[in-house]
Design a protein around this ligand. Structure first.
Ligand code: FA5
Length: 344
C-alpha cells in the first residue's frame, strides 16, 4: 500500500516539476499551479489520504508527502517571481517611440459605395429602400410582370433555374423587377420605393456583361404619374450622381411590363461618344430600362389601374460604377486583384 502511494507521490512530483519547466509566461504558470498544486491535483489527493492510513504508515508517508508539497510550492513561487520579473522587464524595455506596424485597412467595394450614394439620393426624394429575395418564383420574376411562359421576352434574359425539392418553379432572379409586384402587394398605392440588389443571368461575360451583377429597381405609383415624372426624376438623380456632366438619351424600347418603355443610355466616357471597344463603337452605354408600369402589372400588385399610374426603372449599378470611375471592364469588379480595388 505504502509503496503504491510512494510511487504515486514520485510521479506527481515529477509531473509538477516538468510542467513548471515548460512555463514561459505567468499564464502558463497559473495553469500549471492549478493542475499540480491545486485542490484537485494528484498531490492534494495524496495528502488527503494520509489520515486514512494505518498509524505505522501514516508517519513516514505523511512526512514525505508534506515535504514534497512544501518543496514544490517553494519552487513554483520562485518561478513565478522570475516570470513576473521578466514580464516587467519586457514592459520596461518597450520603446514607445519605435514606428508601429501599419494595419492594412479595407474599404467598401466600389459598387457597394455607389449603391449607398444612389440610396441616399432616392431617400432624400422620399423613396423607401427595400430588399428582395434573390431566389424568386417564376410567377414573380415573369408572370406577374406580364411575361407568360410562351412569351418571347423570356429569351431576352437567360435564366438560371433552381432545383426545388418542393417542386416549385424557382429562378435566380434575372432582374429586380419582381419586387415591383411584391412592393405593391405589401405597401399598396401611392408608393415610392427602390430595390437595390444582385441579379443573375446565364450569359457569357464580356467588358460590359457579367452573369451576376447589380440593379436598382425604382417604382413610383400615384395618381396622374406620367413620362414627364419619369424623365424629371431620372434627370435629377443623374445630375446629383454626376454633377450634370454626362450626356444621356432616352430611346423607345420594349419591356413587357411597361407601356411605353424606354432605354436610357449614357454617353461613353472613354471615347466621349466617338466610339470605342467599351461602347462597341456606338458612343453610348445602356444604363437602365424604364417606362410607365403596365396595367397588368398594377393589377398583379393589387393596384387599380383606373385610379393609379406609375413609372418604373431598372438601373445597372455596375455600369454606373464603371462610368463614375472610368473602369473599362466590368469583370474587374469580381476579380480578386487587390491592385484594382486599392485604386478606389
Ligand atoms: C431589365 O432588367 C428590366 N427589368 C429593367 C426595367 C425595369 C425596365 C423597370 C422597365 C421598367 P435590362 O435587361 O435591360 O432590363 O437590364 C437593365 C440594366 O441592367 C441594363 O440597362 C444594364 O445597365 C444592366 N445590365 C443588364 N444586363 C447586364 C449584365 N449582363 N451585366 C451588367 N449589367 C447588365
Amino acid at each position: 500500500m505504502s509503496s503504491d502511494l510512494d510511487r504515486a507521490l514520485d510521479e506527481a512530483v515529477l509531473a509538477a516539476k516538468s510542467a513548471l519547466t515548460r512555463c514561459t509566461t505567468v499564464d502558463d504558470w497559473e495553469a500549471a499551479a492549478t493542475a499540480h498544486l491545486g485542490r484537485k491535483s494528484a498531490i492534494n489527493g495524496l495528502l488527503r489520504q494520509i489520515a486514512t492510513l494505518p498509524t505505522d504508515q501514516r508517519g513516514p508517508f505523511g512526512k514525505r508527502a508534506n515535504e514534497s508539497s512544501r518543496t514544490l510550492t517553494a519552487e513554483f513561487d520562485a518561478r513565478k517571481a522570475d516570470l513576473l520579473a521578466n514580464s516587467l522587464a519586457a514592459v520596461r524595455d518597450f520603446d514607445p517611440s519605435t514606428p508601429g506596424v501599419a494595419l492594412r485597412r479595407g474599404h467598401e467595394h466600389p459598387v457597394l459605395a455607389i449603391r449607398r450614394e444612389v440610396e441616399d439620393v432616392f431617400v432624400s426624394m422620399g423613396f423607401r429602400v427595400q430588399d428582395g429575395p434573390e431566389v424568386e418564383t417564376e410567377a414573380y420574376n415573369f408572370e406577374a410582370l406580364n411575361i407568360p411562359s410562351h412569351h418571347p421576352a423570356r429569351d431576352f434574359q437567360d435564366t438560371f433555374w433552381v432545383d426545388d425539392p418542393a417542386g416549385r418553379r424557382l429562378v435566380m432572379r434575372t432582374h429586380t423587377s419582381p419586387m415591383q409586384v411584391r412592393a405593391m402587394r405589401q405597401f399598396g398605392a401611392p408608393l415610392r420605393v427602390i430595390v437595390p440588389g444582385r441579379v443573375y443571368r446565364n450569359e457569357t461575360a464580356d467588358a460590359t456583361h457579367e452573369s451576376a451583377f447589380h440593379q436598382v429597381e425604382g417604382l413610383v405609383v400615384d395618381r396622374g404619374i406620367s413620362v414627364a415624372h419619369l424623365k424629371g426624376v431620372m434627370a435629377a438623380v443623374l445630375g446629383r450622381l454626376f454633377g450634370g456632366e454626362v450626356a444621356v438619351r432616352l430611346r423607345p424600347h420594349y419591356f413587357p411590363f411597361v407601356e411605353p418603355g424606354f432605354e436610357l443610355d449614357f454617353q461613353c466616357r472613354f471615347c466621349a461618344g466617338a466610339g470605342c471597344a467599351v461602347c462597341k463603337g456606338t458612343g453610348w452605354i445602356e444604363l437602365l430600362g424604364c417606362g410607365l408600369v403596365h396595367a397588368h402589372v398594377l393589377k398583379a400588385g393589387g393596384v387599380d389601374p383606373e385610379a393609379f399610374t406609375g413609372f418604373a426603372f431598372g438601373l445597372g449599378l455596375d455600369r454606373l460604377t464603371m462610368m463614375r470611375h472610368g473602369v473599362e471592364d466590368i469583370r474587374h469588379f469580381h476579380g480578386g486583384d487587390l491592385r484594382f480595388f486599392e485604386q478606389f
